[in-house]
Design a protein around this ligand. Structure first.
Ligand SMILES: [Zn+2]
Length: 74
């Protein structure tokens, strides 16, 4: 799946984030982030799925966000 460019025109990248959960474990999230303007897509938890799936979902969520922001390019 291809990732849409950011609304600022830059190529975004997938970032991995670890956040502690309420019960003290670390949970891994993936989120698409623009290194130029700092815009980020929705964070997708990798809990219960493999990382490739979580990354694909993060890219999908980013693409949907950009599509809403720039409907003329959808
Ligand atoms: Zn940007």
């Amino acid at each position: 799946m291809s990732m849409r460019n950011c609304t600022c025109g830059a190529e975004p990248e997938v970032r991995r984030e670890n956040r502690p959960t309420a019960d003290g474990r670390d949970e891994t999230f993936f989120r698409v982030s623009c290194p130029v303007c700092g815009q980020t897509g929705p964070a997708v938890s990798a809990a219960g799925k493999d990382e490739a799936t979580a990354i694909a979902e993060a890219v999908e969520a980013w693409n949907a966000m950009i599509a809403r922001a720039r409907p003329s390019e959808a």
